[in-house]
Design a protein around this ligand. Structure first.
Ligand code: ATP
Ligand code: MG
Length: 323
């Protein structure tokens, strides 16, 4: 049984009488225990919404989310609250996700107030201090306020708050995007160490392919609210089969200037999520689209063990000359 399973999950948003935004459209994904699954894709493709749906911080319009055998849509508030101790989230902007009026100690203890009412104040404090040690902050930070900390230290507090209840799963929504490069590496190292020490599984939302190639076991590529390709990270990044993945990767500069990255460009802009095209969502921009792409609904199909692609022309995408 996987730790987390999203099955055909969809979510739309509507502001007032405005048009409906199809943020997530029939996404299915699995996170196994101890695994890191990365979610990549352009801005607005539905990554953060998928992460929030996975934790049921938002309700899907349809589809199910099953965490450790429990359908989150079928349980009452109390049960959901209990499960929340085992699943948490770390956000992109550490400062915005922290309450500026609360000390670090209080911030880290807060989830314990909710999930471990059996603990005494001194036990809570001991637990928070132990957790602050785990994120390499320690006791000197206990009485400090978020504004007194660097961005990297703030994110360590966000991570401490996420692990203090000893979860099995954490959704990381671009956890290093707002940090300097050197700090980024430290935080990624910390997340990797915690994953090993605590046996955590991560859903890792990121724009950064280099980061994903370091931290993830598997990767899901999102486009307009759908997963268009998924598979083992090396397989997808080295042998991308969906034209969208190929374009996304070729937009990332190779660190080696002698390596010519294939220039696969998509035509036009990301279509609005309020007005989804029929057929394959990419066909209006796709360099290898054929007529059938405009009308054929595409499903993820396996192309290799554990590697699936939603493209009726995936075989052609494989042999297409690049450059
Ligand atoms: N609460 C909301 N109300 C209205 N629209 C929303 C809401 N949340 C998300 N959306 C819309 O849903 C779509 C997907 O948004 P989402 O934040 O999931 O994308 P993302 O892939 O995380 O993007 P980014 O890389 O910029 O963080 C976007 O069109 C966004 O504007
Ligand atoms: Mg986002």
């Amino acid at each position: 049984m996987p730790l987390l399973r999203l099955e055909s999950v969809s979510k739309t948003f509507r502001r007032g009488s405005g048009p409906t935004v199809h943020a997530v459209n029939g996404v299915s994904l699995t996170v196994e225990r101890g695994e890191t699954v990365a979610l990549i894709g352009e801005s607005g493709s539905g990554k953060s919404t998928t992460a929030r749906l996975a934790l049921r911080l938002q309700e899907p319009d349809s589809g199910t989310v099953v965490f450790d055998g429990t359908d989150l849509g079928a349980v009452g508030r109390e049960e959901l609250r209990r499960l929340r101790a085992r699943m948490s989230m770390v956000f992109q902007e550490p400062f915005e996700s922290l309450d500026p009026r609360q000390t670090v100690g209080r911030t880290v203890e807060e989830p314990l107030l909710i999930h471990r009412p059996d603990l005494s104040p001194s036990e809570r404090r001991a637990s928070a201090l132990e957790t602050l040690e785990q994120v390499a902050l320690g006791e000197p930070f206990y009485d400090r306020y978020p504004a007194e900390l660097s961005g990297g230290q703030q994110q360590r507090v966000g991570i401490a708050r996420a692990i203090v209840t000893r979860p099995a799963f954490i959704a990381l929504d671009e956890p290093t995007a707002s940090l300097d490069l050197s700090v980024r590496a430290q935080i990624l190292g910390l997340l990797e160490r915690l994953r090993e020490e605590l046996g955590l599984a991560y859903l890792f939302v990121s724009h950064d392919i280099a980061t994903v190639s370091h931290v993830a076991d598997r990767v899901c590529v999102m486009y307009l609210g759908r997963i268009v390709e998924e598979g083992p990270v090396a397989e997808v990044l080295d042998h991308p089969r969906h034209p969208y993945t190929q374009a996304l990767l070729s937009a990332t500069l190779s660190p080696d200037p002698t390596v010519r990255t294939s220039a696969i460009r998509l035509a036009g802009q990301l279509p609005s999520a309020t007005d989804l095209p029929d057929g394959c969502p990419l066909h209006v921009r796709c360099p290898i689209a054929v007529d059938a792409c405009a009308t054929t609904a595409v499903e993820l199909d396996p192309v290799a063990p554990g590697h699936s692609v939603a493209c009726i022309e995936a075989d052609r995408a494989l042999v297409r000359p690049v450059g």
